[in-house]
Ligand binder design. Structure first.
Ligand code: NAP
Length: 257
């Protein structure tokens, strides 16, 4: 009988922004569940990023063929296209794409520069679009696309208009693409994490950070593994009838749609 803990055996899974945080936890969870993982890392300081992937791969005792770091800055269309050429040459197809790479450049709108606005839209929204479009010719029927949005796409928040706009854009993209790909039994869903303990949130002042955690009904910040588990569920056969949805993973911090 097949080992249920290896339910992604023979599946090719692409995770963008897999050098650390939620992306690394997700890539690791897929690899442990038997998948062949392509761990996307940005081209800037490529050696450092590749090294970060190699380091968590080695720490987890995984073999080189289980996790392959491949460089692409998701905000650069030509790098994303080249990334999928590498994936096609080495693996032939993609079964699951997780668009996880993301950045924040927080400022109130009055102080937000054009560069801060454009940088966040370029990585978070353009990057998701470029990856979704490029993977279309490679993704197998019955495949999965999972886009990491954010709770702030649903609620907004102080000082994050660029980030919230980019993440809300991902929700619209997700719903539209879900309709386009449904005839091929490919599902497209978004995950909306709340407050997750990663480098992205650790940069906040301690009083702001503690203030957030105090308001979370389950009494703790989320972990990258909380998000990874949700992504693996959405990629599993049991989630075949879920598409065009945004799933909040926020410890009860926001209970709306
Ligand atoms: P993180 O620790 O800052 O990791 C972000 C990842 O994205 C890193 O691997 C980073 O690589 C990569 N990345 C950044 N720019 C990139 C680019 N241009 N091309 C390719 N990869 C790039 O953040 P995280 O907290 O794990 O967040 C992961 C995702 O979850 C993001 O989309 C974020 O918006 C979303 N999210 C996070 C939270 C939270 O509370 N943490 C909440 C809601 C949503 P480098 O090593 O180069 O930085």
């Amino acid at each position: 009988m097949a080992d249920p803990s290896k339910q992604f055996t023979d599946r090719v899974v692409v995770v963008t922004g897999a050098s650390r945080g939620i992306g690394a936890a997700t890539a690791l969870a897929f690899a442990r569940a038997g998948a062949t993982v392509v761990a996307g890392c940005p081209a800037l300081d490529a050696d450092d990023h590749r090294q970060a992937v190699l380091s968590w791969r080695e720490g987890a005792g995984l073999a080189p063929e289980q996790v392959a770091p491949v460089v692409a800055d998701v905000s650069r269309v030509e790098e994303v296209e080249a990334f999928y050429e590498v994936v096609e040459n080495h693996f032939g197809r993609v079964d699951v794409l997780v668009n996880n790479a993301g950045i924040n450049r927080d400022h109130t709108l009055a102080k937000m520069t054009d560069e801060e606005w454009r940088a966040v839209l370029a990585v978070n929204l353009d990057g998701t679009f470029y990856n979704c479009r490029a993977v279309l010719r490679l993704i197998s029927d019955g495949g999965r696309i999972i886009n990491i949005s954010s709770m702030v796409a649903q609620t907004g928040n102080f000082g994050v208009a660029n980030y919230a706009a980019s993440k809300a854009g991902i929700l619209g993209l997700t719903k539209s693409l879900a309709l386009e790909l449904a005839p091929r039994q490919i599902t497209v869903n978004a995950v909306c994490p709340g407050f997750i303990d990663t480098e992205m949130t650790r940069g906040m002042p301690a009083d702001v950070l503690n203030g957030y955690v105090d308001r979370i009904p389950v009494g703790r910040a989320g972990t990258p593994d909380d998000i990874a588990a949700t992504v693996l569920f959405l990629a599993s056969p049991g989630a075949a009838y879920i598409t065009g949805q945004s799933l909040g993973v926020n410890g009860g911090l926001y209970t709306g749609d």
